[in-house]
Ligand binder design. Structure first.
Ligand SMILES: NC(=O)c1ccc[n+]([C@@H]2O[C@H](COP(=O)([O-])OP(=O)(O)OC[C@H]3O[C@@H](n4cnc5c(N)ncnc54)[C@H](OP(=O)(O)O)[C@@H]3O)[C@@H](O)[C@H]2O)c1
Length: 249
């Protein structure tokens, strides 16, 4: 039996892959879960399996009504404790096509900042809340394979770090307790339909990735590499000199 004491979460982009895996796990843990995506049939199919715990809102994050849709989902859930921005797009960009770069920007940057900006201020007013976003290891350096994808993920990760710092500053200056947490999630390769291209290695099952992401959110980590072994690649990418990285990146 669900009650107002159940914790409440929205996952933007939960119709498949990592987002769906996270939604399944949060349902198992007793949360009320708001899920979004463009494929309404997938959202409804999932909702029917857990009619008391899943709430849906079908929309395209590239559109103009993101906040209206998120607010509508908050109303259905009757509150919000955690928001995960997981919608993402990335395709190989061999010939630097504009449509591809535009879709990448609108999904990973425009949709992201509109929704995360709104959620942060919502949580400041409420005095508590947690925002997580699925960025990527691709955020660390440029990429000839998909320049817009790595740049869009760099935008996400840098914005999330800024919000983490802002949340700490607000907490220090406030007379009343403000508990806002930020988690920047940086996956390596994960076995979903988004993972494309040659030369993939350490491709992780989505179940393992979901478990590690929830663990990091529970521990309120501000940044996490999933799976854990990708920490090593992250360090190599950060410290590789340009002359070396540009031969392989
Ligand atoms: N798989 C990897 O190797 C990997 C590695 C690093 C980071 N990531 C990141 O992980 C996140 C999840 O990706 P995934 O691997 O789980 O792939 P996925 O199965 O393709 O999931 C992508 C999710 O984003 C949603 N989405 C995409 N475009 C959208 C739009 N315009 N409006 C609303 N929702 C949209 C999709 O829903 P609809 O199609 O129903 O709209 C889907 O639920 C992405 O941000 C991706 O960049 C993935």
């Amino acid at each position: 039996m669900m009650s107002s004491s159940n914790k409440k979460l929205i996952i933007v982009g939960a119709s498949s892959g990592i987002g769906k895996e996270l939604a399944k796990r949060y349902v198992e843990n007793g949360w009320l879960v708001g899920i979004t995506g463009r494929r309404n049939e997938l959202l409804n199919e999932f909702q029917k399996k857990h009619p008391e715990q899943i709430f849906t809102e079908c929309f395209d994050v590239r559109g103009n009504d993101n906040i209206t849709h998120v607010q509508s989902l908050i109303n259905k859930l009757e509150g919000l404790d955690l928001l995960i921005y997981n919608s993402g797009y990335g395709d190989p960009s061999e010939t630097l096509e504009w449509e591809l770069d535009k879709t990448t920007y609108e999904t990973n940057v425009k949709g992201f900042i509109e929704i995360v900006h709104f959620a942060f201020n919502y949580f400041v007013r409420q005095g508590h809340g947690h925002i997580a976003a699925t960025s990527s290891l691709a955020s660390i350096r440029g990429s000839s394979w998909a320049p817009a994808y790595s740049a869009s993920k760099a935008f996400m990760s840098v914005y999330m770090e800024g919000l983490h710092m802002k949340a700490k500053k607000i907490a220090r200056k406030s007379n009343t307790p403000v508990d806002i947490f930020i988690t920047d999630i940086q996956p390596g390769f994960v076995n979903t339909k988004l993972a494309k291209g040659n030369g993939q290695f350490w491709v992780a099952p989505v179940e393992k990735v979901g478990r590690q992401i929830i663990n990091a959110i529970d521990k309120k980590k501000w940044r996490v590499y999933v799976t854990r072994r990708w920490w090593l690649i992250a360090q190599l990418m950060k410290w590789a000199p340009g002359w070396l990285y540009h031969r392989v990146g």
